[in-house]
Design a protein around this ligand. Structure first.
Ligand SMILES: [Zn+2]
Length: 671
């Protein structure tokens, strides 16, 4: 094949892949199977591998680029990026209407285009000859930061326009959009982070903002960021003259545009829509704190000019009740499984959107210091969707002098031991392994489905056992007697027998489950399995040195430290000795010769729910066929096994061009 025909194929492939990405990610209407998509993608990678000099930044293979050196370049926007005036409720909206009507009588006959006001991060995207060349944050409205590499990782951001069909895009086009995270994706992300022992995020908006400002685009690529575009800042062609047509025009080029939008024939209708939608908005997939009302006639809107930084032709109809003021009466401290202390705000009960809120998260102790939140302060509390209510800020202007500045507790509220802070970390810890509250959290974890899977042993029963002094460590669970349990509140014969049977059954769990159950920080299911492959019982693992541990795939210096520290503690050594005495001593089988197995040397990541195999069955199957399973997608991943309701791993795999298998294809591959 000549270079010319190969180049033609390359450009056709890129066009097709961009098109199918768009169908899949933006429209959610794929036309081809994942396998067919993979074929296109792999062919493109193949050609680019042979001709690295042909790789261009807008190639679909280049979604995850290089790490940004140390900070973001400043970018001057082609036009100032304006904010919006707020209107609370119908009256303020009508006041706004009256003001602009006085300026221009044409407003009397005007239509309005309404769009949800997403709570995300504004971005400015520049296209030259249809290619995405620059992406920036809003910054101060005049100067933003160049986050092009991070924005490239967004699956719905077109790298080239038009995505489909022909038609020549404007020579130069600058658009504004909002990057956001859906409520469902946010929950899933936090669950993932929590299961990996990592710190979770406070709310979708901060997560989106933080993700876009990562210096390593690979991290951004792992965040489930989405984009809606809604404004043209500059165009070398004349864009349509109404907001409704403009949004259709943007959609026509392949930009993701929020399908939720309304055209109101007059201000009464606009207000009506805002009020009606206010009741629905908790069901929207993303956080939105209002609806933007724009004059549909963009020329009329421009002619009205500005008040300060706000264009007169648009108004944010803000919903009340999302953020409410109340008094913070107390800051309590929760003790987590690993001993990490987290502050919890106790509030004067307050109604937020129909729900009585009595507690809110304060995130961490730095947050309390940074925001100077004091006990007795009036505070702003926000509740959005299913996210736990959280404190936004205190209102120092309302202080009467009785407020007490908060100090991080010096002692654990549960056991009284001295609190420690790890240098370089935000968190404070209770390091007493016998701490009752830690013990409760640890036992819950030990019994959880990902660890020893002791059915029926939930938070409440754990608390009962700890309070009654029946259990001082996970090993004590195996020493429980029926007589002890029968004395407890609400424990009949059946419940007692069932619990003892479930505990007994857990003795047969394999070593990796027991390792997970120990609750060593940073050790999740993947880490536990890797450790099991190297160290075949708890004895060997407990003797492992830093160097040996770091020789295990996926174990870095921090994790190695956590493991060594854990086993160095006397209480933990006692626990291991107890397990041995009790005969809870699983030994991993010697690694067999895998070279003849069909999946030898292949690394899999599983995401979503598979039709017949459970997650652990699928993992066991892959292992039995010589493959390995890891928790996160990287360039080293051979295949992503994709089930229903997949999360961010799917996007990441696509971004990296990792081939994707469904369950049937996995079984076939291993046959
Ligand atoms: Zn404690």
């Amino acid at each position: 094949m000549t270079d010319d025909t190969l180049k033609q194929e390359l450009s056709a492939l890129r066009e097709q892949i961009n098109y199918h990405n768009y169908l899949y990610n933006t429209l959610d209407q794929p036309e081809i199977s994942d396998a067919a998509y993979d074929q296109l993608f792999n062919r493109l990678k193949q050609i680019e591998a042979q001709h690295p000099d042909w790789i261009t930044p807008d190639s679909p293979t280049q979604r995850v680029g290089a790490v940004i050196s140390d900070r973001f370049r400043k970018v001057v926007h082609p036009a100032p990026i304006f904010s919006l005036a707020n209107g609370f409720g119908a009256q303020e909206t009508r006041d706004w209407y009256q003001r602009i009507l006085r300026l221009d009588p044409r407003v009397a006959d005007a239509q309005y285009l309404l769009e949800p006001k997403l709570d995300g991060l504004s971005v400015i995207l520049t296209y030259e000859r249809g290619r995405f060349v620059l992406g920036a944050t809003r910054g101060d409205g005049t100067v933003g930061e160049d986050i092009t590499e991070n924005l490239r990782t967004l699956r719905t951001l077109p790298m080239r326009i038009p995505v489909r069909g022909d038609g020549l895009p404007p020579e130069r086009l600058v658009v504004r959009g909002e990057v956001f995270i859906t409520k469902a994706d946010f929950e899933r992300l936090n669950e993932d982070l929590e299961s990996q022992g990592e710190r979770t995020y406070l709310n979708p908006r901060n997560t989106a903002a933080g993700s876009l400002r990562q210096l390593d685009p690979a991290i951004t690529a792992r965040r489930p960021l989405r984009l809606y575009v809604y404004q043209v800042l500059e165009s070398s062609d004349t864009p349509p003259e109404t907001q409704a047509k403009l949004l259709n025009w943007l959609e026509g080029w392949g930009f993701p545009v929020n399908p939720k939008r309304w055209l109101a024939q007059n201000i009464d209708q606009a207000v009506q829509i805002c009020e009606d939608e206010g009741l629905n908005r908790h069901g929207w997939p993303y956080e939105a704190d209002g609806i933007v009302i724009k004059l549909n006639d963009l020329a009329l809107s421009r002619s009205l000019g500005f008040v300060g930084k706000d264009p007169r032709g648009a108004l944010a109809f803000k919903y009340p009740g999302q953020e409410v003021e109340t008094v913070l009466t107390e800051i309590r401290t929760n003790v987590g499984r690993t001993g990490v202390l987290t502050p919890l705000a106790i509030l004067q009960p307050v109604n937020i959107g129909g729900v009585i809120v009595k507690q809110a998260t304060l995130h961490n102790y730095d947050f309390i210091q940074d925001k100077d939140i004091r006990v007795g302060d009036h505070v702003l509390v926000k509740r959005a969707g299913e996210v736990i209510p959280y404190i936004l800020a205190s209102l120092p202007q309302k202080r009467d002098g009785s407020e007490v500045p908060y100090e991080v507790p010096a002692h654990c509220p549960s056991c009284g031991s001295e609190v420690e802070k790890v240098p370089g970390e935000v968190a404070y810890y209770c390091v007493n392994s016998a701490c009752p509250e830690q013990l409760s959290r640890n036992l819950e974890h030990f019994a959880s489905r990902s660890a020893m899977e002791i059915e029926g042993l939930g938070a409440q029963i754990v608390q009962q056992l700890v309070d009654a002094g029946l259990v001082h460590s996970a090993a004590d669970l195996y020493r429980l007697k029926a007589d002890d349990l029968l004395k407890l509140d609400k424990f009949g014969k059946k419940k007692t027998d069932n619990l003892l049977a479930a505990i007994e059954a857990s003795r047969l769990q394999p070593l990796e489950r027991l390792i997970i159950g120990l609750g060593i920080r940073s050790i999740g299911d993947v880490g536990a399995r890797k450790l099991t492959e190297h160290f075949r019982d708890l004895d060997a693992l407990s003797r492992a040195t830093h160097d040996e541990l770091q020789g295990v795939e996926g174990v870095g210096p921090n994790t190695a430290n956590e493991i060594v520290d854990w086993f160095a503690q006397a209480g933990n050594q006692q626990l291991i000795a107890d397990f041995r005495d009790l005969g809870i001593w699983p030994v991993a089988e010697a690694p067999q010769d895998k070279s003849n197995l069909p999946l030898n040397g292949l690394t899999f990541v599983i995401t979503g729910t598979l039709p017949t195999l459970s997650r652990s069955d699928a993992e066991a199957f892959i292992l039995s066929k010589g493959g390995s399973v890891t928790g996160s997608v990287s360039k080293k991943t051979s295949y992503l096994v994709l089930g229903a309701e997949a999360g961010s791993k799917f996007a990441k795999a696509q971004a990296l061009g990792i081939p994707i298998l469904d369950e049937a294809a996995l079984l076939e591959l291993a046959a």
